[in-house]
Design a protein around this ligand. Structure first.
Ligand code: BES
Ligand code: ZN
Ligand code: ZN
Length: 503
């Protein structure tokens, strides 16, 4: 990496907001426009300025809005940032996460390096543990800037940001910071351009990460090893690239695990560039396809967090990485590919490459690892973006209990999932006349046919779920061009494993 990220540190502590020092002191205000708790104390110290700004209508407490008032020596902090929390009755932990993200982003844009988040004494009761974790996660989201290739002159931002969670819980804050760091790692891996971040480089990053975290080990299968193992799907996809494919395995196996705790396999699609291959994509926005590795990035980021949190669950991360390129050595439409499972697939579109890689990863988790639960995440289909937009990922599964558990992790983590169907008649569409399966279905329900294809490799005996993160995995509202990465799925993966540990 050319340059480090903004180094963020987060701590919780008893805080008197009027005296607290910092470049920015953030407080929450609901859209009823009433100053309560900490905001009220600050308003008093500031001679009523906050209230006047609300009264005149310049700030209304709406979500995603904020307003800066200067401390002017009357309080410890240089500025008070009023952050809109939206409707009081709808406010949840995620609203706190978003407020912290906004406050951190604002602090960075002001070139400040210290932020106090005072969100808990705001006129509504929050679970302090959950909210402290959310503030830390939000600070890591908002304090993230991908600028490793920007020269220093252009790069206006502080080198570090220290965040205080006023009157927060210490261990929950640390947990949030660990998850936040995992999410930042995922974001960097995903947005890094494809000339720098190709399969062997991604493997090197995973290896480096595993070395720095106690309890994690990394094994990488090279193209030769993939060939020996007969992983025909991932080999076919990687065949057209000068950068050979890799299967990255991150193992976390803690010594103390409760009996009957399931072994979880997390599988990620990491196509470091998806040109479409011989079925080449149109050139408009093709650059976004350097981020066709959101699933793989999330697996690596989540494995870092899970191991650092020492969650008492055996978890294996599998990242299927290849570059999908057109070349004389590429796989072609019409080819029949023998996958690792032994099932044959007729290729009808080389752009439906993600499923060709994941099917080998899923079967590996089932057959070799004998995982009890398999969850994959992939920027798999444009159809899922058409169906759900940028904000929610599609969730497909062969087990309703697993769907319930993932939905609960989704709510707690603030990463939205939406249950979609798979199997049944969708699978019928994936049957080929000359092979076991073909790699595309009809025009309709593309997210569901893709999910149903993967389900064929998981089978029905093992619990399996698939997250199609094509929308939220390639979207960052902070990036003006509209694309980017928020490391989607790091939080829901980590939360799912944490909830499994608590059972
Ligand atoms: N990586 C793409 C899916 C994608 C598209 C993600 C747009 C994010 C935004 C995937 O490999 C792909 O190209 N899928 C095809 C499947 C089709 C050929 C059946 C698609 O969605 O068009
Ligand atoms: Zn594709
Ligand atoms: Zn793709």
């Amino acid at each position: 990496m050319e340059k480090q990220l903004i180094k963020i540190s987060v701590k919780a502590g008893k805080t008197d907001v009027v005296k607290a020092k910092g470049d920015v002191l953030a407080v929450g205000v609901f859209d009823d426009g009433k100053l309560a708790g900490d905001a009220m104390s600050l308003d008093k110290a500031l001679g009523g300025w906050m209230g006047k700004i609300i009264k005149i209508g310049d700030f209304k407490g709406k979500a995603k809005t904020d307003y800066c008032v200067y401390g002017d020596g009357r309080i410890g902090a240089k500025r008070v940032l009023m952050v809109g929390l939206g409707a009081k009755d709808k406010a949840d932990t995620d609203c706190i996460r978003k407020a912290a993200e906004q406050a951190a982003a604002k602090t960075v844009s002001l070139e400040g390096s210290s932020l106090v988040c005072a969100f808990f004494n705001c006129g509504k009761k929050f679970d302090v543990k959950k909210a402290s974790q959310a503030v830390a996660e939000g600070a890591f989201l908002g304090g993230y800037k991908y600028d490793e290739f920007m020269t220093d002159k252009e790069n206006k931002r502080p080198g570090r940001l220290s965040v205080t969670v006023a009157n927060g819980d210490n261990s929950a804050t640390n947990k949030g910071a660990t998850i936040g760091l995992g999410q930042q790692l995922a974001r960097t891996l995903v947005v890094r351009p494809a000339n720098i971040m190709y399969p062997s480089q991604l493997a090197a990053e995973a290896r480096k990460m595993a070395k720095s975290v106690a309890g994690l080990t990394c094994r990488v299968m090279t193209e030769k090893q993939l060939a020996d193992k007969k992983m025909g799907g991932i080999l076919a996809v990687g065949g057209g690239s000068a950068k050979p494919p890799r299967l990255i395995e991150l193992k976390y196996s803690p010594a103390k695990i409760k009996k009957d705790t399931p072994h979880i396999a997390l599988i990620g699609k990491a196509i470091t560039f998806d040109s479409g291959g011989i079925s080449i994509k149109p050139s408009a926005n093709m650059q976004d396809m350097k981020m066709d590795m959101g699933g793989g990035g999330a697996v690596i980021g989540a494995m870092q967090a899970i191991a650092r949190l020492k969650l008492p669950v055996k978890v294996t991360g599998i990242v299927c990485s290849a570059e999908n390129m057109p070349d004389g050595t590429s796989y072609r439409p019409g080819d029949i590919v023998k996958t690792y499972s032994g099932k044959t697939v007729e290729i009808q579109n080389t752009d439906a490459e993600g499923r060709m890689c994941l099917c080998d990863g899923i079967y590996y988790a089932k057959k070799d690892l004998k995982a009890d639960i398999i969850i994959d995440a992939a920027t798999l289909t444009g159809a899922c973006v058409v169906a759900l937009g940028k904000y929610k990922a599609g969730l497909m599964s062969n087990d309703d209990g697993l769907v319930k558990q993932l939905m609960s992790a989704s709510v707690a983590s603030g990463e939205a999932l939406w249950h979609l169907p798979c199997g049944d008649e969708y699978t019928q569409e994936m049957k080929s006349e000359i092979a076991d399966l073909k790699n595309i279905g009809s025009r309709w329900g593309g997210a569901c046919t893709a999910g149903s294809f993967l389900r064929e490799f998981a089978g029905e005996e093992v619990k399996w779920a698939h997250l199609d993160i094509a929308g939220p995995g390639m979207y960052d509202p902070a990036v003006k061009s509209g694309s980017g990465s928020r490391g989607f799925a790091v939080r829901v993966f980590t939360e799912f494993v944490a909830q499994t540990a608590e059972k």
